[in-house]
Design a protein around this ligand. Structure first.
Ligand code: TXA
Ligand code: MG
Length: 332
């Protein structure tokens, strides 16, 4: 099969909607990262996603909905706090986990009694969801454990020959995956941080909890226990402002013939004159939107990547660092 990149014309969106209805899996743009979409009612299509991505069998999928799709068709109960989060942050880069009504394929939630729901704000995603009028299960469009994709050509490079088409929505504006919040219990719990930060959520619903790692022997969000977001070359992450450490790691890697590059914020590049250095962006939001694209281009040209950590006190930087810290390997 040849993988085609299609521009988001009406004709091509109709083609994509028909492919989804027919049980195909396709690349779809969202504001966070590209998704690998499939009809959430179609068990065979959901199975295809797991095979295509080589995704661990116990990692559930997020279901994407058109903004007018009746949520209560799919989930049991929408608490007042969940309603407030929906009103304030959706459509947008937020995923909410509810008690499921069990209406979509049981393979979507992998045996959990909950269902993760997201209303993407991307206009193209919304048009496509409206045209096909079904819930679309979509993980990030990358091979499991690899970097997510934020441009159609990156999806093609990653999944060439495995899917028939990708709708080209340009570069994703947010650049990191949605914030995942479990609203199935009394107190909302952040399971995966994102650009909608804990601070923003607490302003709307008051104090919440955060369980972004494995807790009390039970995996809260199955995805968190796997290796994630890995470039094909090794990554070393240095502490915020620790430019001396970054230079030392760079030197060691260069001596070992690992052809390193340093990646840092725009205002930090002057610390690394005469070394290979790449600018990640001017602020944490820009870094988020450039993160996966920059790393995908660097992994093609360099043998190792040294990343300068972002300010850990900045809420948006914290979400970006959640992804970056999962890429780190100790220097040996
Ligand atoms: O921004 C995003 O969320 C992107 C775009 C395509 O929408 N999607 C995405 O999907 O990042 P994925 O499959 O790469 O990550 C989904 C995360 C995983 O960590 C998974 O374990 C968690 O959501 N998840 C899904 N359903 C869940 C559930 N019922 N309970 C707890 N966690 C769930
Ligand atoms: Mg993913």
């Amino acid at each position: 099969m040849k993988t085609k990149i299609l521009r988001p014309s009406k004709r091509n969106l109709i083609k994509a909607a028909n492919a989804l209805i027919a049980g195909e899996i396709i690349g779809i743009p969202t504001e966070t990262v590209y998704g690998l979409g499939a009809n959430a009612f179609d068990t065979l299509a959901i199975e295809k996603i797991f095979v295509c991505k080589n995704r661990p069998q116990d990692n559930p999928l997020i279901v994407h909905l058109h903004k007018k799709y009746p949520l209560l068709d799919l989930v049991e109960n929408v608490s007042d706090r969940a309603k407030m989060l929906l009103e304030n942050f959706t459509p947008g880069p937020l995923t909410l986990v509810f008690k499921s009504r069990g209406k979509v394929s049981p393979l979507v939630s992998r045996g959990l009694d909950t269902l993760a729901i997201r209303y993407p704000s991307s206009k193209i995603a919304q048009r496509l969801l409206e045209m096909c009028n079904i819930p679309i299960a979509a993980p990030s469009a990358n091979i499991s454990s690899r970097l997510s994709t934020t441009a159609a050509r990156d999806v093609k490079a990653e999944l060439e020959g495995k899917i028939p088409l990708i709708i080209d929505g340009g570069k994703c504006t947010v650049g990191i995956e949605s914030t995942v919040v479990d609203v199935s219990g009394d107190v909302p719990v952040i399971l995966r941080p994102g650009i909608i930060t804990r601070e923003m959520i607490e302003k709307v619903v008051g104090p919440i909890e955060e369980k972004v790692t494995v807790g009390e022997g039970r995996v809260v969000s199955p995805g968190v226990k796997y290796n994630h977001y890995l470039p094909s070359v090794r990554v070393f992450v240095c502490g915020y402002g620790d430019f001396e450490r970054a230079k030392t790691v760079y030197r060691i890697l260069a001596e070992k013939g690992k052809n390193p590059v340093i990646v840092c914020m725009h205002g930090e590049t002057h610390n690394f004159l005469s070394l290979h250095v790449k600018d990640f962006g001017k602020n944490p939001k820009e870094v988020a939107s450039n993160l996966y694209g920059v790393l995908r281009s660097l992994e093609k040209k360099f043998g190792s990547i040294v990343i300068c950590g972002l300010d850990p006190t900045d809420p948006e930087a914290k979400s970006v660092m959640n992804r970056i810290s999962k890429m780190h390997r100790d220097i040996d």
